[in-house]
Write a protein that binds this ligand. Sequence first.
Ligand code: URA
Length: 208
Amino acid sequence: MITAENLTELKALLEANYASLPLVTKVTDIVHGEGSARAEIMFIGEAPGYNEHVQRRPFVGRSGQLLRLTLNEIGLPPELVFISNIVKARPPDNRDPSPEEIEAFRPYLNREIELINPKLIVTLGRFSMAKFLPEVKVSQVHGRLHKLVWQDKKLFVLPMYHPAAALRSTQLKSTFVKDFSRLPKVLDWIKKQLELEKTKDLIGQALY
Ligand code: URA
């Protein structure tokens, strides 16, 4: 288990352990998650591509531009957002990450999620969706909010198509944009639910 107390410590730990990680031959191969430590929404993609590897930032290539443009268009302020990946180094030739690679980065991603404690996790594509919803296909559940228990904690997860898939098909792109346009309302709804639960807990405590 990783006990880093904050994101800076977590990054330092990941870098200190770089030699034990797959896909990493030098510290600078690592592409850390990016965004506010107090983000309300955490986006999780698959793995860095060429541009992400070069710039050492997640989602800055073509699919990243679509993601960031769409977030801008729906008016989601950057300080509400954190962007990360299942695997934090580039697989050669942008191949799919292997189960072993996903497993090696899993404790770091899990700690990242714990530290940020987002109100909503948006999965981008099948690899990050499978972390929380292993039995389904993106085409069946995209845009549908899921409430689940993950590591003994209630979590809201919203699976979305990967922006790279949206770039490959005009039809998927409009679905992607439509799903994203609902995000602000979904976040508001979640906030209300969390407030309600807090109130219920307080009432429960007062009664006992
Ligand atoms: N695709 C991903 O899944 N992640 C990135 O950071 C870039 C492209």
